[in-house]
Write a protein that binds this ligand. Structure first.
Ligand SMILES: Nc1ncnc2c1ncn2[C@@H]1O[C@H](COP(=O)(O)OP(=O)(O)OP(=O)(O)O)[C@@H](O)[C@H]1O
Ligand SMILES: [Mg+2]
Length: 463
């Protein structure tokens, strides 16, 4: 296996020191922050979390075959322990070091919703063109981004980072660490609106990513995005080129003939110096929009587009993000959207329900969280999308009560205070041929409803 972290590189990246006596060879082949998933050869970084201290697991990491342990608290005298001033700062140092030695193309994806979907689509598309390193899951914050970079093999052709935020000021330092050649902004919408205050403030924050582009870098931004001025201004400031993706003639990445079916979408795409037809095997207009962004970004990164298009076709929606399966002895189709929810993604999921359902359309909705003073209004404003795409609606949580009470009586299934109470009510109401879509914020625990629907299925496979 290729060595990712040598002794000299680790010391240089972190300004730390291994014990001078008994020098052992250090050959880290990976990076870990959790001994439960540590693989032999990993460099273990003992981070301090909200409810955990990695230093307590240093001995377990060494016993499990860690190549080195990065620590700032006393952890014994093993020659593999690298003493640093602060382990989070050390990981950030490793991130900057790994970024500096990387000669491939760096892509960064931000946005209110769709980051992981676009990142995973880019992974599928770029892996067909060359060795591609990608953030794991949604590793997009102050530890997820540096961890992704610290794991970046120098010889990769492409790296795709996901950059997220809950508060103002979080994007800029992460963007400066990533230094993207290509910056992608998926959407600006009401996620974390309670903390950010306004859609314009969210757009201003996302646009910070563009300031980290080099002169001549490319920003790929969805046409019609809210707060458009911020993206134009920051692209100009960075002397970067702005590519819009959309269906109008003024888009540098222009899609046409978008044909949607229950399995995905096919569209033609015209990019600067490239034209072709692409397919994304994830249904819903939002996934087609994400695919346009991913292909435009792949082209901006210099990828071979025939390969990228073929690679994209292997993408499948992730767990809780629109995966479709048969449940209740194959009688009911379940659209599992239980991973998370914001106003934009609930509307997208309702449209998806309308698109894929062949029988009754059942929506099961839990509270969208982190909307602060905007919560009532944002929940109530789902009404038109619900009326257009559902035949029966089940809700849980205090905020969804507002929506539920405003529904015409014919659409009202049931309301319950929480997902555990709601689950059996949904199950009892379902009939053969129904399609049920389950969505809510992570904290609303809608996975309990999904689990109740999957309960007695020996086999849970694609529909
Ligand atoms: N372009 C889009 N517009 C609206 N909804 C979308 C879009 N892309 C994805 N979604 C939906 O939003 C939810 C989250 O998707 P995804 O995980 O890709 O977003 P994310 O930005 O990475 O979220 P997180 O901030 O939680 O990491 C899913 O339910 C998905 O179907
Ligand atoms: Mg994500």
């Amino acid at each position: 296996m290729t060595v990712l972290w040598s002794r000299a590189d680790l010391e240089a990246a972190t300004s730390g020191r291994f014990p001078p006596s008994g020098a052992v060879t250090i050959a880290g082949t990976g990076v870990s922050i959790d001994t439960r998933t540590l693989r032999p050869g990993d460099v273990f970084i003992a981070l301090i979390g909200e409810n955990s201290n990695g230093h307590a697991h240093a001995a377990a990491a060494l016993a499990a075959g860690a190549a080195a342990v990065v620590a700032h608290e006393p952890c014994g005298d093993d020659p593999r322990i690298l003493k640093v001033d602060d382990t989070l700062a050390a990981m950030q140092g490793m991130a900057r070091f790994a970024r500096a030695r990387f000669a491939g193309r760096m892509l960064a994806v931000t946005g209110s919703v769709g980051k992981t979907s676009v990142k995973d689509m880019l992974h599928a598309a770029l892996s067909a063109c060359g060795p591609t390193h990608c953030a794991v899951a949604s590793y997009n914050n102050h530890w997820g981004v540096p961890l992704t970079l610290a794991r970046l093999p120098a010889a990769s052709a492409y790296c795709v980072c996901e950059i997220g935020m809950n508060h103002a000021g979080e994007i800029a330092p992460l963007a400066a660490m990533v230094r993207p050649d290509v910056a992608v902004v998926t959407t600006v919408a009401a996620s974390h609106l309670g903390l950010m205050g306004s859609i314009d403030a969210i757009a201003r924050e996302k646009a910070e990513l563009l300031l980290a582009l080099p002169a001549g870098g490319i920003a790929v931004v969805a046409a019609g995005i809210a707060g458009s001025d911020h993206f134009e201004r920051n692209a100009a400031k960075a002397r970067a080129t702005l590519w819009r993706t959309g269906t109008t003639a003024d888009c540098a990445a222009q899609a046409g003939d978008v044909a949607q079916d229950a399995q995905g979408s096919t569209f033609s795409l015209t990019l600067p110096d490239w034209q072709g037809v692409a397919r994304v095997n994830a249904p819903g207009r939002h996934m087609a929009d994400n695919a346009m962004l991913a292909l435009a970004a792949a082209h901006a990164a210099g990828a071979d587009m025939a390969r990228a298009v073929a690679g994209l076709a292997t993408f499948r929606p992730g767990a809780g993000r629109g995966a479709l399966a048969k449940v209740m002895h194959d009688k009911v189709a379940l659209l599992d959207e239980s991973y998370n929810a914001s106003p934009a993604s609930v509307c997208a999921a309702l449209d998806l329900l309308g698109l894929v359902a062949t029988g009754r359309r059942i929506a099961v909705l839990g509270d969208m969280l982190e909307l602060g003073a905007f919560a009532r209004h944002e929940h109530a404003s789902l009404l038109p999308a619900v009326r257009a795409n559902a035949d029966a609606v089940f809700c849980c949580g205090p905020n969804m009560k507002t929506l539920f009470d405003s529904l015409p009586p014919a659409l009202r299934g049931a309301w319950a205070p929480d997902s555990t109470t709601l689950a059996p009510l949904v199950r009892t109401a379902l009939r053969a041929g129904d399609t049920v879509m389950v969505k809510g914020s992570l904290g609303s625990r809608m996975r309990h409803v999904v689990a109740a629907l999957q309960a007695d299925d020996a086999r849970v496979g694609p529909a």
